[in-house]
Each structure stands twice: as C-alpha cells, then as structure tokens.
Design a protein. Sequence first.
Length: 116
Amino acid sequence: QLQASGGGWVQPGGSLRLSCAASGLTFRTHIMGWFRQPPGKEREFVANDLGRGMPGYSDSVKGRFTISRDNAKNTVYLQMNGLLPEDTAVYYCAARHVSTSNWRFWGQGTLVTVSS
C-alpha cells in the first residue's frame, strides 16, 4: 500500500513537499514515481526515481521538482519549488517492480492547489 501526504494550498512561487510511505512491498526492488491529474485533464507523469541517482522528470517540472527516496523509511518524497497555478492537481505516488513497466501500486492521491 502507498499512503501519500503533504498536499495543500500554496501561493504561486511557493513550495511543498509531498511524502509517500510504502508498506507491503519490498521497497528497494521498486521504482517509485509521482503522477498528477489536473482538474478536467488526464493523469500525467511527473517524476520517477530509478535508483542509483537516476531520477526522471517531465519537462514541465524539470528544474523545479526533486524526487528522492529514503529506503530506511520506505518513503519517497517530491519536493516542489517554484509552484505555478498549472501545477494544481491531485498528486499520486506509484510503485512498479524494477522488472516491469507496469505501475502496479498506487496511493490515494493528495490535492495540491496553487493560487493567489
């Protein structure tokens, strides 16, 4: 199971850090990722952590968001800086085993609202 937290309201230019705690899976053998679904739009990829210092980001968040993980705590984080109104979305964490491209595990989502 994945439990996401840390969403909320923030003004443009502000920062938030999302957390996602994993249980019931072998954390070290899973790639962790963040996705988001803006209002009225489809879910989209945000970032993933391939491990070994190899993160991946969508072009829209590159340079502003940072994904990291703490294997000791079975937790993945998404540090979001320089937030823009278009970052408003429900953010989901997800996990997939290193041997597959299927994102099997999903968190419940946490809402991030960026507005003045």
